[in-house]
Design a protein around this ligand. Structure first.
Ligand SMILES: C=C(O[C@@H]1C=C(C(=O)O)C=C[C@H]1O)C(=O)O
Length: 100
């Protein structure tokens, strides 16, 4: 292996190490987020509140789009990512309330 190829392999390994570390942060962060949303689901079920809250979601989407711009992340991607997570949360809330 020449020096250039060896250096590229080193850089690749460094990037992959960072990616693995950040993926772990994402997973643990999502785990924490779901613990809170499960508690919200319990509260909603106990007080007969609907599983979804579109007004709250609109505020969250606007906030995340703004954060994404500041973080050099595509705001459309941030919006789709949040929508994907919220959809899963709403399914959990429906299950908790016995609606599903
Ligand atoms: C967690 C809630 O329930 C739903 C899920 C949300 C979320 O995952 O952030 C946001 C709004 C609701 O549609 C909530 O009402 O706060």
């Amino acid at each position: 292996m020449n020096d250039v190829v060896a250096r590229a392999a080193e850089l690749l390994a460094d990037h992959r190490e960072s990616i693995d570390r950040l993926d772990a942060i994402l997973i643990y962060t999502l785990g924490e987020r779901f613990k809170h949303t499960q508690q919200v689901g319990q509260l909603k079920a106990e007080h007969d509140l609907p599983p979804s809250d579109p007004d709250r979601e609109a505020v969250q989407i606007a906030r995340l789009e703004d954060l994404a711009r500041r973080a050099d992340l595509d705001p459309d991607f941030a919006k789709k990512f949040l929508a994907f997570i919220i959809e899963e949360v709403i399914q959990h809330h429906k299950k908790i309330s016995g609606e599903q």
